[in-house]
Design a protein around this ligand. Structure first.
Ligand code: CA
Ligand code: CA
Length: 589
């Protein structure tokens, strides 16, 4: 503590003890012409040792012969420990009537000294608008244009000097910078869970973070990010701006297809739609584990402790994308292994062999049916679906998304539409629930107007009458291609020969106005009939970008009653019909 500060403390105690007699003295025998005195107090405990840049100050004045009208307040950077007014007084003062303020010293170096000067002004002076700028040299004036020179409309303040404390309260504060901190943003898909990376991704990953600084968040200056190495030899930091708190690393296929063991990633800031390229990061390891490092920097040039992702014992493995098509596995039913094998072999059998290589994303991995129903994300789904899953999709020309009766709709709603809008092509195969179904959400990306909502639950009345849909489709029932467009008739399909009954919740779907039907189910030949008519079960949109199938495609692999190539025949036709010149962000093939 400084000597002056001690004096201030002693004085205030003395004044408190002597207050009654002082008052009497002032009232009985005013002393005209005496200037006020000023006192400065630092909260919370008066510690003026080297400290952080946020200080709560309080000041007050004592006037022996009148009231205190206000204060001239100033602070300035100094080199030594200043305890008296400068001579000549060249300070820039602000006129204030309040008695306290939380000061944030504008620290832009590691260490600074700031001198605070407060001078009480008594009622011998008429006052000024709050925050008016006052200068005392060469004679007091209101520096209206704040240029430090008495000129233009500035006003002389002739009565100010006599009303002002000639000494003032002067205190020097040594301020040391405090380094910033950095932390992860909340998990956007679940605020109650920590943000994590999927343990395996393709060449896209997103991370959200936020810096803070005890000296004030407005003293943060930038962030920097590096991959796998922060050392000077091979590590490379990429510095990004303060608003870039959601970063997505993306490697275009043109680059990863030609890369060796490591590759450079483009770094985007923000959501998919609002994305901005902010730079590149070298050193992303393909088919290997990777680590990201992120730091915040403040205006004084100090960095936060490093934020490392993944953290703890988590790992993040980056797989090199190799295929032209991404198989999105959103299917957790008992026959999941059969379904997966059927899709992989049917794609491999497409003539030409261009789908022999298939990349798979198991978005249902780790989820129970209950999890799916409550909208939880699988652990391979990037928590920033927008932009990370959209950018992952953009690595592929086509997506085949197959799901059980509980599609990951929250994920699909955020990702499928932007993918289609940016050139992607999708085959989406789903089942429906027995009593409720997600018609509204499906419409966000599927070219359908509605889905039959008839009760298909086990407690539905025994037929007759037949209803619009069924939960039990006999083996070998034929799925006919729509023939209204003779130039583009799809191969016939049929339900597999076993089991004898397929337990799928089939509901007729109704096309969006631009879309056309691709397939309808044969009429029900059972007696009594369980479903009415020949329900439409597949549509394609008017732009030829998405095919939506309301039954699981993997049970339509009947090569006797369907196309001789079975499901493969359908996939060959569908993938070739998709705007054939389409290439998403790719280079080879
Ligand atoms: Ca001026
Ligand atoms: Ca700081």
């Amino acid at each position: 503590m400084s000597t002056r500060f001690h004096i201030a403390v002693v004085l205030i105690l003395a004044l408190a003890l002597l207050l009654p007699s002082c008052k009497e003295h002032v009232a009985d025998d005013p002393v005209p012409g005496q200037q006020p005195r000023t006192y400065l107090w630092l909260f919370p405990d008066g510690d003026v040792s080297t400290g952080v840049s946020r200080k709560h100050l309080r000041w007050w004045g004592e006037s022996p012969d009148g009231l205190v009208r206000g204060y001239l307040f100033s602070y300035t950077i100094v080199t030594g420990s200043v305890t008296t007014l400068p001579q000549p007084d060249t300070l820039r003062y602000t006129w204030v009537t309040k008695n306290d303020s939380t000061l944030l010293f504008p620290l832009d170096t590691l260490f600074r000294r700031f001198a605070v000067v407060v001078r009480a002004v008594d009622d011998g002076f008429g006052g000024l608008p709050e925050h008016a700028i006052v200068r005392m040299n060469p004679a007091p004036y209101w520096d209206k244009n704040d240029n430090g020179v008495y000129d233009s409309a500035d006003e002389n303040l002739t009565s100010l000097s006599a009303a002002t404390d000639p000494v003032g309260a002067v205190q020097t504060f040594p301020i040391r910078n405090t380094p910033p901190a950095i932390g992860l943003l909340p998990n956007p898909s679940d605020p109650n869970a920590a943000q994590r990376l999927p343990d395996t991704t393709f060449t896209v990953v997103a991370i959200g973070f936020k810096g803070s600084d005890p000296d004030g968040d407005n003293t943060l200056s930038s962030y920097r990010i590096a991959l796998n190495d922060t050392g000077a030899t091979t590590g490379q930091w990429l510095t990004v701006g303060l608003r870039d708190t959601i970063l997505t690393l993306v490697v275009p296929r043109s680059r990863s297809d030609a890369a060796g063991a490591t590759v450079s990633a483009d770094v985007y800031s923000g959501s998919f739609l609002g994305r901005r390229l902010v730079g590149q990061l070298t050193n992303l390891r393909l088919d290997d584990q990777n680590v990201m490092y992120i730091e915040a920097r403040d205006v004084a040039g100090e960095y936060s402790p490093v934020l490392k992702m993944p953290s703890g014992t988590d790992r993040w493995y980056v797989r090199r994308p190799r295929a032209k098509i991404l198989l999105v596995n959103d299917y957790t039913n008992f026959d999941a292994a059969t379904a997966r094998t059927t899709y992989l072999s049917s794609l491999a059998a497409v003539p030409g062999g261009q789908y022999a290589q298939v990349d798979v994303l198991d978005i249902g991995l780790g989820l129970t049916a209950t999890d799916k129903e409550s909208g939880r994300y699988g652990r391979l789904v990037p928590q920033f679906v927008d932009p990370a899953l959209i950018q992952t999709f953009m690595l592929y020309d086509n997506i085949l998304w197959y799901t059980d009766q509980l599609p990951s709709l929250g994920v699909a709603q955020l990702s499928v539409f932007p993918y289609l809008q940016n050139g992607g092509r999708v085959i989406f195969s789903t089942m429906f629930l027995n009593t409720t179904d997600p018609r509204g959400a499906l419409k966000d990306f599927a070219p359908i107007d509605s889905v039959s909502s008839v009760d298909l639950s086990p407690t539905r009345p025994v037929p007759p009458p037949a209803v619009a849909g069924d939960s039990r489709i006999p083996a070998n029932y034929v799925v006919y291609a729509d023939s209204t467009n003779p130039a583009s008739i799809y191969p016939q399909l049929a339900f597999n020969a076993s089991p004898s009954i397929h337990s799928v919740f089939m509901r007729p779907i109704y096309r969006r106005s631009d879309a056309r039907y691709l397939y309808h189910l044969q009429a029900d030949t059972r007696s009594p009939q369980r479903y009415v008519g020949a329900p439409n079960i597949a549509v394609i949109d008017g732009q030829n970008t998405i095919i939506f199938v309301g039954v699981p495609l993997h049970v339509l692999n009947n090569t006797t009653l369907g196309d001789p190539q079975g499901l493969s025949g359908f996939l060959a036709k569908a993938l070739s019909q998709f705007s054939p010149n389409q290439r998403v962000n790719r280079f080879i093939f």
